[in-house]
Design a protein around this ligand. Structure first.
Ligand code: ADP
Ligand code: GLC
Length: 488
């Protein structure tokens, strides 16, 4: 099959979260299966042009308010034979820092314009290449205009046999903007309601994509059912229920070339289930790197995360009500956090660090440290409010670091709760998101660490034996693509 992935992020070029990992890994897995997969993304200012090849000639986008002129760069994805990535170059839209925004402007005011350029470029690029995909696979709200343009403008002539798929990596971000942005999209006003763009008299990119794509997916089976309910549906649950026969949850995999404790060059000591004792050396290295007491006899809990509401940061670090302070004063533990995001939370973490010798934080984005945080820890904490899939709990399992998670979305699909009678399970889970339940569940894990050492050892081994292959997920996407094609 010929498949074009459209995404705002893809590793190694631009990443703000798991979307970037998921898009590239899925493309690579499908490429390995023999499909002609290509990725289209913006050339952000930070992506070095000199390492890319310029396609000949400018490319015009006639669809929006006025004709826009772009250039197209390309590169082959490293580690693949010839998986092509195309980059849309447009100074006004992408010639500055930030994928969706910056620290000062978290959501650029011109995002509707920026991402409509990305989406319109998908069609012009195919025409320029005379390459017409079977599937246009859009990821998240920023690419959600693609299925809409296909349905209302392009599904005739050269795209007559092209089907669209939209994957929701996070329903919490929908791309809702003022209706004055509608003319940028390249859609006639007569489609304002039918396209699904109208949302309380604003425009909603994701809603339009969910209305118009031939098939819909999300990144875990549990999240696929949760988003059809009002609690996790972010206002889209009715629409999603109406499309339930076209909605599939497919779990993300893990790229084991990058995340594998026995070959990971970003950690000081490689280890496997057979040499688990070596994990202690990584613990010592992590304690040292974070400025914690180097002590093998205290359980070390880590977190690597966007500091966002989604991740349960209020319940953990909220001034006066979060449980992190109690955790670190009432339990004999160490707690290390790597993250960046909401300013209040960054400040609160620094304030906690100044009071607590056993809590250390690193504010910022640090890929190498994120590997050590997985390899050196005993437990990994993810008290997410919702979690479409979540990658870190899977990395934790593979690294023999037991996840402590809320039972939601992909966390519920990948972690098995500890059974203290039998010692079964791969992690520790709770249902209700409150400071008290996080505190209690961490306490439960810490109790087991001190008092049920044999259970903890068995759980680590069981966790490390888990497999989260992309190949199986890629096969499920293939099935889904076939279904989408039947709709054209
Ligand atoms: P989300 O996409 O919602 O942020 P995921 O668990 O799917 O959550 O993916 C997060 C990805 O981003 C993981 O690969 C994680 O290691 C990485 N990550 C998040 N914050 C940081 C950080 N501060 N430094 C390094 N890596 C980070
Ligand atoms: C989103 C979700 C996360 C998921 C990732 C990749 O950012 O928050 O749970 O793992 O996308 O699909």
């Amino acid at each position: 099959m010929k498949i074009l992935m459209i995404s705002a992020e893809a590793v190694p070029f631009a990443k703000t979260g798991g979307l970037a990992d998921a898009v590239s890994a899925l493309a690579i897995a499908l490429h390995k299966e023999g499909h002609d997969v290509r990725i289209l993304m913006p050339r952000y200012y930070g992506i070095d042009k000199s390492k890319l090849t310029l396609l000949e000639g400018p490319m015009g986008l006639p669809g929006g308010y006025k004709e826009e002129w772009t250039a197209v760069y390309t590169a082959v994805m490293s580690g693949t034979k010839n998986l092509r990535v195309y980059f849309i170059d447009h100074e006004q839209a992408f010639g500055h820092d930030g994928v969706y925004g910056t620290a000062d402007e978290s959501d650029f005011h011109d995002n509707p314009y920026r991402f409509s350029i990305l989406c319109q470029a998908a069609f012009q690029l195919c025409k320029k290449l005379s390459w017409f995909p079977d599937i246009m696979h859009a990821h998240d709200w920023s690419a959600a205009l693609v299925p809409v343009l296909l349905r209302f403008n392009e599904r005739r002539g050269v795209f007559a046999k092209t089907a669209s798929v939209l994957t929701v990596h996070n329903l919490g971000y929908q791309g809702v903007y003022g209706k004055h942005n509608y003319p940028f999209l390249g859609l006639a006003w007569e489609h304002f309601y039918a396209s699904g763009f109208e949302d309380w008299d604003k425009i909603n990119f994701l809603k339009a994509g969910l209305t118009s794509a031939d098939m819909l997916t999300t990144v875990s089976p549990t999240y696929a059912s949760e988003i059809q309910g009002s609690e996790q549906g972010f206002g889209m649950d009715g629409l999603l229920r109406s499309r339930k026969d076209d909605l599939v949850g497919i779990l993300n995999g893990v790229d084991t070339d990058v995340w594998n404790p026995s070959s990971d060059k970003k950690i000081p000591v490689q280890y496997s289930v057979k040499s688990l004792a070596k994990k202690k050396q990584n613990k010592a290295a992590l304690q040292k790197a974070m400025g914690l007491e180097v002590n093998p006899d205290v359980p070390l809990i880590t977190m690597v995360t966007r500091l966002a509401h989604q991740k349960g940061i209020g319940e953990l670090f909220g001034p006066s009500y979060g449980c992190a302070y109690d955790m670190c004063t009432k339990m004999n533990v160490q707690f290390a956090v790597l993250g960046s995001g909401e300013k209040w939370c960054e400040h609160e973490l620094l304030a906690l660090q100044s009071k607590l010798p056993n809590l250390r934080c690193r504010i910022g984005y640090d890929d190498a440290l994120s590997h050590l945080m997985e390899a050196g820890a005993d437990f990994f904490l993810m008290p997410s409010r919702y979690e479409p899939c979540g990658l870190n709990q899977m990395y934790s399992l593979i690294y023999g670091t037991l996840p402590i998670v809320r039972r939601t979305g992909g966390l519920a699909d990948t972690v098995q709760n500890y059974n203290e009678k039998t010692g079964e399970g791969t992690g520790f889970m709770f249902d209700l998101l409150t400071p008290q339940s996080i505190f209690d569940t961490v306490g439960w894990a810490v109790y087991a660490w001190y008092n049920k050492k044999e259970h903890i050892e068995q759980m680590k081994k069981r966790a490390m034996a888990q497999r989260f292959g992309w190949a199986e997920s890629a096969q499920k996407y293939e099935e889904l693509y076939k279904k989408a094609l039947l709709k054209v």
